[in-house]
Write a protein that binds this ligand. Structure first.
Ligand SMILES: Cc1cc2nc3c(=O)[nH]c(=O)nc-3n(C[C@H](O)[C@H](O)[C@H](O)COP(=O)(O)OP(=O)(O)OC[C@H]3O[C@@H](n4cnc5c(N)ncnc54)[C@H](O)[C@@H]3O)c2cc1C
Length: 395
């Protein structure tokens, strides 16, 4: 079979790969997207749901924000609960910007629909993806397509958008990347429930029983999380125990219990901070979770993936328009500034809110002091708010 030739080969059709493909299309640059899973799987995969203001702006400017604007929930801020009291942070008052709740799979659906409607190449259920010659000017991606045919995709630029467990990053020779990593001694048990959210906005709870988070996807669908040990078996959490524990951790004086409904989806997610530097090797450019992971407490994962590819699209455009690789050469440094800000913010939110195994009274008092500070000082609240709503691109 003759090689497929394109300008950018994109491995992975998560938010990073799909947004990149779309931004390149708007700039008149051809790409081919290769995805290991089926369309149905991608469109059902429940993951992140909080969009920063710059992410919403980018999707709307790129012409894929129509359903987002119609169906998403716009939130003025978040609540932090501790000492059995609710403290609301009003991000709009503090920063002039809001956050938007819209499921990651909805973003993915909108982008897949836009790509297929434009008749652009997106191959689902590919296998055996291997990169060749990434240190040369003529790299290739070998893969087996959904019909079992072995194919070669030749492209001067390869974007590794295949997530943390993808195949691109491991194909970079040992010693060429520096890895920064922290594991956390807890995980999140997350559920999606067909139940009206009891809180109007995303609510984080610091409690002596451990952390809990009450979020939502729609006005009828709640997304709820409990801190659990990292290797927690799901079988130990029948529905009744999940609801009881959520109520115990989220309760504040005078609050009504959560609305209970069928649990449609459940899973345990481990927590990790991870960054590789640089985010590039030869003609392979890593973006999103392929290059970095944050614990989900700061709601940054999907937003960082989008921010990376905004930088990459601009650099690729310059390269193909003029042959100038200066922006491509600066890609990693430019992205890593935002990545490390999000790494710090996510680590800080996680450390402030979770009950670490063996934490003593000293550490718990430090957490409570920090929580009281961010909910009583306008300066501290503004710092949290501007990180949460998303710092402007390029800052
Ligand atoms: C279970 C879970 C829950 C999460 N919850 C939250 C949350 O509540 N809030 C938050 O902010 N973030 C959350 N995240 C993080 C957020 O979802 C990610 O940061 C985001 O998906 C990153 O987008 P991405 O495109 O870089 O990677 P992904 O979304 O992981 O996309 C990578 C794509 O590459 C594909 N792929 C992998 N290997 C190959 C291969 N060999 N060949 C071809 N394709 C391949 C994958 O199938 C996938 O579609 C969660 C992540 C997980 C895993």
């Amino acid at each position: 079979v003759a090689p497929i030739r394109t300008q950018v080969a994109i491995v992975g059709a998560g938010p990073a790969g799909l947004v990149l493909a779309h931004l390149l299309h708007l700039r008149g640059i051809e790409s081919v997207v290769l995805e290991a899973r089926s369309r149905g799987y991608l469109e059902q995969r429940v993951r992140a749901g909080v969009l920063e203001a710059p992410t919403v702006q980018l999707l709307c400017d790129a012409g894929v924000g129509e359903r987002l604007q119609r169906e998403s929930l716009r939130h003025r801020g978040i609540s932090l609960r501790f000492d059995r009291t609710d403290h609301h942070l009003d991000f709009v008052a503090l920063t002039g910007r809001s956050i938007t709740v819209y499921g990651q799979q909805e973003v993915v659906k909108d982008l897949i629909a836009a790509r297929l409607a434009a008749g652009l190449p997106l191959h689902f259920e590919v296998a055996d993806v291997r990169l060749r010659g990434i240190e040369t000017d003529e790299p290739e991606v070998a893969f087996t397509d959904g019909d079992g045919v072995h194919r070669i995709l030749a492209a001067p630029v390869i974007a590794g958008c295949d997530g943390f467990h993808g195949v691109c990053r491991p194909q970079i020779p040992a010693g060429r990347l520096t890895v920064f990593e922290r594991d956390y001694p807890f995980a999140w048990l997350g559920i999606l429930a067909k139940a009206a959210p009891a809180q109007e906005e995303v609510t984080y709870a610091h409690s002596d029983r451990g952390f809990a988070l009450a979020s939502m996807r729609t006005a009828e669908m709640a997304r709820l999380y409990l801190q659990v040990p990292p290797d927690e078996p799901l079988e130990d959490w029948p529905d009744g125990r999940i609801w009881d524990e959520l109520n115990a951790r989220l309760a504040v004086e005078g609050s009504a219990p959560l609305n209970v409904g069928p649990i449609l989806e459940r899973g345990v997610t481990t927590m990790r901070s991870f960054v590789v530097e640089p985010m590039r090797h030869g003609q392979l450019f890593l973006a999103g979770d392929a290059a970095h992971i944050v614990p989900p407490t700061g709601a940054k994962g999907m937003n960082l993936a989008v921010a990376d590819v905004a930088v990459l699209a601009e650099a690729v455009e310059r390269f193909f328009a003029t042959g100038d690789s200066a922006l491509l050469d600066g890609y990693s440094v430019r992205c890593l500034r935002r990545v490390w800000r999000a790494e710090h913010f996510s680590w800080w939110m996680t450390s402030m809110l979770h009950l670490a195994p063996g934490a003593d009274a000293f550490e718990r008092r430090l957490q409570l002091s920090q929580l009281r500070y961010v909910t009583s000082s306008e300066a501290a609240a503004t710092s949290l708010a501007e990180n949460y709503v998303g710092l402007p691109y390029g800052s």
